[in-house]
Ligand binder design. Structure first.
Ligand SMILES: [Zn+2]
Length: 228
């Protein structure tokens, strides 16, 4: 039996979740442990698959999540100490101001560093993603009302009823094809504010490889969930 943490509450059904590679169970107040463990056994295959996927994603992106290694448009970029006062990305290199290095010459990965780097990423994401949305709209001959960034933990983008589009700043870390797909997806919502057949027909017209992109986004989903 997989180890699990149990939270009981006034709910009606048993629910299983995998978070951080661990199983947690939410159960109604009066359900017996035997019943709970029966539902776990029943879903054993699913649980193992989920846990393994979770661990694999963490191994692939753990160093990015802890700011030990860096990503830009899907590529790993090398950190390099510089005399400049601000961050800069150029030629596959992340130039890092020397104040973020300790006396031992090693990069400090403290909060201050992480916050500043995140601010820099957001700054470049704003202009990059805004341009991307404008280009996508232009070539699809569609219009959106406004563009802004989001820091959402579970979504790569959104489009509200007034056609205001928001894109997750972390898209700046992903390969261009995925940025393209998310832009197309949100733009298609300006025509259909749902995930109906008509919506997906429009998406596939604008971005035929959308199914591959959706699969890839699932693999990198960990970046929105855990990258603070
Ligand atoms: Zn959608």
């Amino acid at each position: 039996m997989t180890e699990y943490t149990l939270v009981r509450s006034k709910r009606k059904t048993i629910a299983l979740y995998i978070k951080d590679g661990k199983l947690s169970v939410k159960a109604p107040l009066k359900v017996s442990v035997i019943q709970i463990e029966a539902s776990i056994s029943e879903k054993q295959k699913w649980i193992e698959r989920k846990i393994n996927a979770n661990i694999e994603r963490k191994t692939n992106y753990g160093d990015v999540l802890s700011y030990d290694k860096f990503l830009y448009l899907g590529e790993r970029i090398k950190p390099l100490k510089c005399k400049e006062k601000s961050f800069k990305i150029a030629d596959g290199t992340l130039f890092i101001p020397e104040k973020y290095y300790g006396a031992d010459g090693e990069l400090t990965h403290d909060n201050n560093f992480q916050k500043s780097l995140k601010r820099y990423y957001k700054k470049i994401a704003l202009s990059f993603l805004r341009n991307k949305m404008n280009q996508t709209a232009l070539s699809a001959d569609l219009k959106f009302s406004s563009f802004s960034l989001t820091n959402a933990k579970t979504k790569w983008g959104s489009c509200d009823v007034d056609n205001n589009v928001r894109l997750n700043w972390r898209l700046i870390l992903l390969p261009m094809q995925l940025v393209d797909y998310v832009s197309v997806h949100e733009l298609a919502h300006t025509v259909r504010h749902d995930h109906s057949r008509e919506f997906w027909a429009l998406v596939s017209m604008l971005y035929p490889e959308y199914k591959v992109a959706i699969k890839c986004l699932k693999e990198v989903g960990i970046l929105t969930e855990y990258l603070r």
